[in-house]
Design a binder for this molecule. Structure first.
Ligand code: ADP
Length: 271
């Protein structure tokens, strides 16, 4: 079984990394091949504040929220994602006996993409065009490199940077990166772990968890996902539509988060 596990970067997840790593190690010992992908939004925000580059967000006309990544922010994102968060995860996995290898999407051309030349941003009643943003969409995944590492027994830990056409490193949404990896690798499951129990009908009420969404009804639930959940939900649905048997949005903060997600906890999206 091949699993792609994406560990979110929202607030409240970092303190659960050791437990998460132990569960990933247990899955690997049971025979699963695991690719770990991660975000790091809370760490990037905090580092940005410390370095005098406070985070800014862009909301697209369709309601997607993303990080405004100008040159200075890109440097902060690289430091936080490829530096602090990636190393912390690799260390936690190594401490559980797993031979984890940290990679950014730039390493070995693991994630290649196309920089977005202009992004539409809603500001008050106006829609502005942002042209100095270093974010990209993913066009290809170096599956051979991941296969090489997995075959040799390593656990790749991938941070969401992309090598763009023009040779720049660009920021990419971590959920979309994980979904692209799952799709390209033909994963059996994509598990997106965050600081919520899954997709909630009412974002403020954990009791309103949507447990199973079949692909024929997936579009109907898109309106439920607001802000940053919107991209996560879309990425999960796209992965399930392109052959990943199950995409699961689940809670990183619970006991045995990966095993629990595989046992049906969270929001399971499947045919
Ligand atoms: P991560 O970085 O861990 O992947 P995000 O911050 O990108 O997490 O997305 C998770 C956030 O999405 C939650 O903390 C929550 O505030 C928000 N959210 C918006 N709508 C919903 C919803 N319907 N169900 C669950 N979470 C939602």
């Amino acid at each position: 079984m091949l699993l792609v596990v994406k560990i979110g970067g929202a607030k409240g997840i970092a303190e659960h990394i050791a437990a998460l790593a132990a569960d990933i190690a247990a899955c690997a010992r049971d025979g699963a091949r695991v690719v770990v992908a991660h975000g790091g939004s809370a760490e990037a925000d905090e580092l940005g504040h410390r370095l005098g580059v406070p985070p800014r967000r862009i909301t697209s006309p369709s309601g997607h929220v993303s990080r405004y990544t100008d040159q200075a922010t890109l440097e902060v994102v690289i430091m936080a994602m490829a530096g602090a968060v990636n190393t912390a995860l690799v260390r936690a996995l190594q401490n559980c006996g797993l031979p984890a290898v940290g990679l950014s999407g730039v390493d070995g051309g693991l994630l290649r993409g196309t920089r977005k030349e202009a992004i539409r941003s809603v500001e008050g009643a106006k829609v502005k065009l942002v042209r100095d943003d270093f974010s990209a969409s993913i066009s290809s995944v170096n599956t051979a490199l991941l296969g090489l590492l997995l075959d040799a027994g390593y656990v790749p830990v991938v941070c969401p940077l992309v090598l763009a056409q023009g040779g720049e490193a660009c920021n990419v949404d971590a959920d979309r990166a994980a979904a692209a990896i799952a799709r390209a690798m033909g994963a059996d499951a994509l598990i997106l772990l965050s600081n919520v129990p899954g997709l909630l009908r009412d974002a403020g009420s954990p009791g309103t968890l949507l447990r199973h969404i079949t692909l024929d009804l997936a579009d109907r639930y898109e309106a439920v996902a607001a802000g940053r959940m919107k991209t996560k939900y879309q990425a999960a649905v796209e992965a399930a539509r392109s052959g990943v048997a199950r995409a699961i949005i689940a809670d990183a903060r619970r006991d045995r988060p990966v095993s629990s997600a595989l046992a049906g906890q969270g929001t399971v999206i499947s045919a």
